[in-house]
Design a protein around this ligand. Structure first.
Ligand code: GAR
Length: 207
């Protein structure tokens, strides 16, 4: 792959709330992260992330298999939108669908996902949101955490870029743990992106 530019353009994929996207946009705005938010794509017309993008001047698109007609058409529509917006790096921040083969191939080693656990534990289809934290507590784990990883054609299986640990306390409810992990996500995703953009982490060494 061509090296990332000094100031890459970010394309976000978000299905629901979008708090990780907002944390990253904020890191760009205050100058902590040398990158430009370029586009948000959501599969969910009613997502809070789309509302936020509309209110905050971030280019945004609703694209789903239903709106485009098929998974193949969706993949092509994603690729066209990403190329049109000149996106260099794709950020999955709470995106609950697989990425199609055309985008995977055009953005090889340039798609990152965040997951609210220490992969390979507690990942895969159905392991999202509160399901993850309920399983961690049910198994009496004493630590959980955050994983940023490269995306492949499956759920939560690509090479790990970096992880941060978060303690699980004996009295934690899934909501308690979710809140502690999410706070760590907001910090850790931006910090990891800073290391990627600065060249400290080379994504092509991982994929
Ligand atoms: C985050 O906790 C993220 O790690 C998780 O969805 C949440 C999205 O929150 N992603 C997964 O579980 C992926 N398997 P947000 O929309 O507020 O950023």
């Amino acid at each position: 792959m061509t090296p990332l530019p000094q100031r890459p353009r970010l394309g976000f994929f978000v299905s629901h709330r979008g708090s990780n996207m907002r944390a990253i946009v904020s890191a760009c705005q205050v100058g902590d992260l040398n990158a430009d938010p370029a586009l948000l794509i959501s599969n969910n017309r009613g997502s809070a992330a789309l509302d936020w993008a509309a209110e905050n001047g971030l280019a945004h698109l609703h694209l789903s298999p239903k709106s485009t007609g098929s998974d193949e058409a969706l993949d092509q529509a994603h690729l066209d939108a990403l190329v049109d917006a000149d996106v260099d790096l794709i950020i999955l921040a709470g995106y609950m669908r697989k990425i199609g083969p055309k985008v995977l191939s055009a953005f090889s080693n340039r798609i990152l996902n965040i997951h609210p656990a220490l992969l390979p534990k507690y990942g895969g289809q159905g392991m999202y949101g509160s399901h993850v934290h309920e399983a961690v507590i049910a198994n009496r784990e004493t630590e959980s955490g955050v994983t940023v990883h490269l995306v492949d054609g499956e759920y939560d299986t690509g090479p790990v870029v970096d992880q941060a640990k978060v303690p699980v306390l004996a009295e934690d409810t899934p909501e308690d743990l979710a809140a502690r992990v999410l706070a760590q996500e907001h910090q850790f995703f931006s910090e990891t992106l800073v290391r990627i953009v600065s060249g400290e982490i080379n994504l092509d060494d991982l994929g």
